[in-house]
Design a protein. Sequence first.
Length: 256
Amino acid sequence: MTTRIQPHDPQTEISLTPQEQTELDTLLRRIRTDFDVDFEPLDVDNQTLEVLTIQNMQSHVDALLRRKAIHNPLKDLPLWAKVWPGSFVLGRFMRKYAPEGKSLLELGAGCGVLSLVAARYNFAHIFLTDAKEQALCFAKANVLRNGLASRITVTRLDVTTPGQDTRFAGGIDRIAASEILYLDELHRPLIKFVSRHLAQEGKAFFCTDIARAKPRFAKLAAKTFHVTEGHIGVTAHDPEGKEQRRIYNILILEKT
């Protein structure tokens, strides 16, 4: 017996097992104690993803301000809930690097859009990780809603934790992160984590809007890895329909 969800694309049907549907319902009840949320369709390369979106973001932020809970906006605001365009850019970009049969680990995944996009490119398995429990709840709900629970494992990961993580002891073929370099204090821990867990022939990818690029990270990474840097231009439309041009900085790290 399965529960069928009809996504935005009427030609696509997603089937959930009773266990998956129960898990999704439980997650949504938990999330809705703090947020007004609903799934919204996102069209990617003529396919549709459904992503859990906060409907009452402004009132949530206002409540944080009233409680004086925002000490550092970069850490205390729910940036993990935002659908960052760079996640789509990097998710599509990695298909050029022989994903078939490879393992993928996403760092700082937030709501997990990068992993959802990458899942269509035949990775053997994907680990979707973040350090924030709320982000993991949203990401797990998205994975379940899109019928990807058998291909994506959602798990907590803090890159600042020292030592080898036994979950990835065999080495990861591809490590990816989008818009994760905004905190300078994470640069060294990220480089150490990638050094410990990237497979010998693996590659790590970092994608950042060029307006938020961090040249310091590339310089630090070059002390340990061979670093290739490039740019991708993307044309998109804002909510008012106006065309916008964005440039994304892509860093590829490989062991020397």
